[in-house]
Design a protein around this ligand. Sequence first.
Ligand code: BES
Ligand code: MN
Ligand code: ZN
Length: 491
Amino acid sequence: MDFIASGKSCLEWQGDCLVVGLLEESLPLTGVLSDLNDQVGGLLQMLIEEEAFKGKAGSTAVTRLGPDSDIKKMGVVGLGSSDSMGLESLRKGAATAARLAQKAKCPVLGMSFPVWNNNPTLTAQALAEGATLALNQDNRFKSELETEKTALSAIHLLSFEGQEPAITAAQTVCDGVILARELVSAPPNVVTPEKLADTAAEIARDHGLQLEILERADCEALGMGAYLGVAQASDLPPKFIHLTYAPENPKRKLAIIGKGLTFDSGGLNLKPSGSGIEMMKIDMGGAAAVLGAAKAIAQLKPDVEVHFISAAAENMVSGHAMRPGDILTAGNGKTIEVNNTDAEGRLTLADALVFADKLGVDAMIDLATLTGACIVALGDDIAALFSPNEQLAQSLSAAADLSGEKLWRMPMEEKYFEGLKSVVADMKNTGPRAGGSITAALFLKQFVKETPWAHIDLAGPVWTDKEEGYNSAGATGYGVRMLVQWIQGEN
Ligand code: BES
Ligand code: MN
Ligand code: ZN
């Protein structure tokens, strides 16, 4: 997709389809919009009236203009009321506009949208992000392409002269989001631990990052018994990925860690049918977000050192499988009684956290599709944020606010750790059903020493069954934009 930061206004522009983003308060039409209406012989006003268009968020109307017009089609997209307008309404509005032009079979789209907060740079970036992400559709595993999807080829952002850098920034971030989406939506026979490692190697090679892959024997030497316990049933070897972006004289050092289970069968506590076992390719959504962020950060080059980490593995069943009841020892010496082999993510993260903690970073975050309980608590759209550190929780919440990814702070209720007490080991890996996402977070906390740490459970928003806003049905790439925003904010 070509984006053009056009100096032309909606009155001067010529092309296939002009879409105007309208707030509820933009009606009745005044100023430039009223001039535009005059220019098209009152058709804009007629369209609005005949379709009873009120500017409600997500609403649209479109019409063909006459044979003598410089513009073939004209559409309106509702942006909701002005007091609720933010970058997220612009992203969604741009997504709707792009889809509208696509459906109307218009190769060249002109978007005329209001500027948010007198900030044309953030506005242009949000518009380009929304349109890019909405148009991204994964057809890699279909033998016949849906040809109509290729109609739209250029988008002109009208009255955004000089905003090319904002468009480039949007495209870089979206590159990362799309990588994450593609990794998550690819099936588990394609995205294996090795494939994740290869993807990290590709990013390292293309953008000059350092890469360290720890093989099984290396992990054994480091005492990563919890991680290796999970990996031991699979015929596919585990790959511990450590990718580093290290600029000279960094202002801060950060680590982001992603759960990288390329398939979660549940192990010997096998997931029953009806539990969504066939969707468990999404269980590397955390690792995908981390690699997506790595790809974007490597190009945006902030003044921050970032370690991108994933203890990638597959949770399978075999004669080598860890048994319910086995006791594992993690890299920090703590012992874990595995009372449920399906609570495997926290075991892999335990060793990844111990590893990251030794890097001497200023903060570390893990992202994981960790618990079904998190979906019960917050639904499909909202991820959970757990952190004992106020400042870190706040900076992540602020980043998520700007990126438009929904994130809700959850309590780290220490008392619930009682549910993880074991008779024979330091802890069990699974507590009672109630508060399952909280006990999971408390389990992780046992593997963090002093480093400020946060945990994000993205089991809900990693995937969507239906198209919504700028997400197509499928993997959402949740987390990438928030991570990039957060890392750049630490600059
Ligand atoms: N990968 C799952 C969590 C999950 C469930 C992610 C549904 C996305 C959608 C995780 O490994 C798991 O199996 N968790 C168990 C934990 C339980 C055994 C304590 C769960 O949530 O049921
Ligand atoms: Mn599991
Ligand atoms: Zn899992």
